[in-house]
Design a protein around this ligand. Structure first.
Ligand code: ADP
Ligand code: MG
Length: 443
């Protein structure tokens, strides 16, 4: 406390500690004898104002020598002024640290090309959105910050449900989704959004990163195209080669037959064999060129399909002593699939299995239902495949059989793809092979 003559008349011990002076010993000394006016000009001016206007003055000041930050309140009274000082050094330090950390955070988030965001799933509010958002989405981030659902206007309709569903999963665990947007300028872009749940101060948030992947998508499409193109070239050469051999044979026998009519009959079977071979290559190729859109789902009965397949392959069965067993999940009455492709898939797999068997072998066909998937396994105890042979499966014209085309697995794979299924081989040399086909179980 100062009297109207600027003399110190009282100071408590906290004040003494804060200013680091035994003020109680200096009672009746003038304030400017204790603190230099030059150093604390600002402070003296505030005191003067309080003294003259009789108004309470509040301000923040620093004790330079001690590095103490203070919140000061000067309350005037009849006798002079009361100075109340609060040490806020710690708060200021924390505040500064927070400011710096926020600065660093925004340096990172606003300078990387991905858009970062934090939202509260409870309120649907966007708590944070980095500057890159504007660049990626072509919409000022402030617009979306004020009205988050407007983000959905940018997402192309066919992906909207997928994105909303993904956003829901992100509240539980890390998840990502890829979708296309159309910016207000009409530009079409691919976006990959990754998000994960996070907790802060007892509140749940989702933190996410959006990245533009248009270039990456275009590249992979291009790569796929060029891979397709090179397979086509390779296959065209292969087909020509495969068909040329039987054609040469047929031509040769026909020429011999033309000059030796009595030999014609004996060549008849060989010529028919070669023609059949060409036919089966051509059939396989026709299957390959059928687009996925030609799939026509029908309600099918797996029992009926399998018995059709075993009857068709019957001549082979009687040739060798092969047993075909069939077991089927009782829940598997009927489902939607394309019978043509399904039959062809099974014919290819079962005939490969039978080819792999010695004199007396067994082929086991099992059908089970698992998590909305129909799993058909074709298991044989034939000669099996080595690891190296396994990697070759599905390559066009890879065959170890004298009369093989080496197209069966490739065509099978393509048909399974058409039906949204998957094909898997497990095999060990001299023990046998298990081929599994997984198909969506549509009812
Ligand atoms: P192809 O039957 O005309 O030879 P595929 O594409 O059907 O052509 O099969 C390619 C090759 O894969 C076969 O030649 C055979 O060596 C091998 N293979 C396929 N299935 C089996 C199986 N179940 N057991 C052993 N080898 C197999
Ligand atoms: Mg085959």
């Amino acid at each position: 406390m100062l009297n109207s003559n600027w003399e110190v008349i009282y100071a408590n011990s906290v004040m003494e500690n804060m200013v680091d002076l035994p003020l109680s010993k200096y009672y009746r000394k003038k304030l400017w004898d204790l603190f230099s006016v030059d150093d604390y000009n600002n402070f003296f001016q505030h005191c003067l104002r309080a003294m003259e206007t009789q108004e309470t003055v509040e301000f923040q000041g620093a004790l330079h020598k001690k590095g103490v930050m203070m919140d000061l309140t000067i309350v005037p009274s009849e006798q002079g002024i009361t100075i109340i000082a609060k040490d806020i050094t710690w708060y200021m330090d924390q505040f500064e640290r927070l400011r710096k950390s926020e600065n660093r955070f925004s340096i990172i988030t606003n300078h990387i090309k991905e858009a970062c965001w934090v939202c509260s799933p409870e309120t649907g509010e966007l708590v944070f959105l980095s500057d890159s958002f504007t660049q990626i989405y072509g919409v000022d981030k402030e617009i979306i910050l004020n009205d988050p659902p407007r983000l959905f206007d940018l997402i192309d309709k066919e992906y909207l449900d997928q994105v909303k569903e993904a956003a829901l999963i992100m509240t539980q665990k890390e998840h990502q989704v890829e979708f296309t947007i159309t910016t207000p300028d009409g530009e079409s872009k691919w976006i990959r959004m990754k998000g994960f749940p996070a907790e802060d101060d007892g509140k749940q948030y989702v933190v996410g990163i959006d990245e533009e992947i248009t270039k990456i998508k275009e590249m992979t499409l291009l790569e796929e195209k060029s891979r397709q193109l090179s397979t086509i070239t390779q296959m065209a050469a292969g087909v020509a080669h495969e068909i040329k051999n039987p054609l040469t044979a047929i031509k040769g026998f026909l020429q011999i037959g033309a000059v030796n009519p009595d030999l014609r009959d004996s060549y008849h079977d060989i010529i028919l064999d070669e023609v059949n071979r060409i036919e089966s290559i051509v059939q396989d190729f026709m299957m390959l060129s059928k687009p996925k859109s030609s799939v026509q789902l029908e309600y099918v009965n797996l029992d009926a399909i399998i018995s059709y397949v075993s009857r068709l392959l019957d001549p082979d069965i009687s040739n060798k002593e092969v047993m075909i067993h069939y077991t089927c999940d009782s829940r598997l009455n009927g489902f939607y699939c394309e019978p043509k492709r399904l039959k062809q898939i099974l014919i290819n797999l079962v005939s490969n299995a039978m080819d792999a068997l010695d004199e007396d072998g067994e082929v086991q066909i099992e059908a089970v239902l698992q998590n909305d998937e129909l799993i058909i396994s074709v298991i044989d105890n034939g000669h099996g495949l080595s690891e190296q042979e396994l990697t070759k499966l599905g390559e066009p014209f890879y065959t170890t059989k004298e009369k093989g085309t080496g197209l069966g697995i490739m065509v099978t794979k393509k048909m399974i793809d058409d039906l949204d299924g998957r094909l898997n081989y497990q095999s060990s040399k001299n023990e046998g092979t298990c081929v599994t086909v997984r198909l969506p179980f549509r009812t």
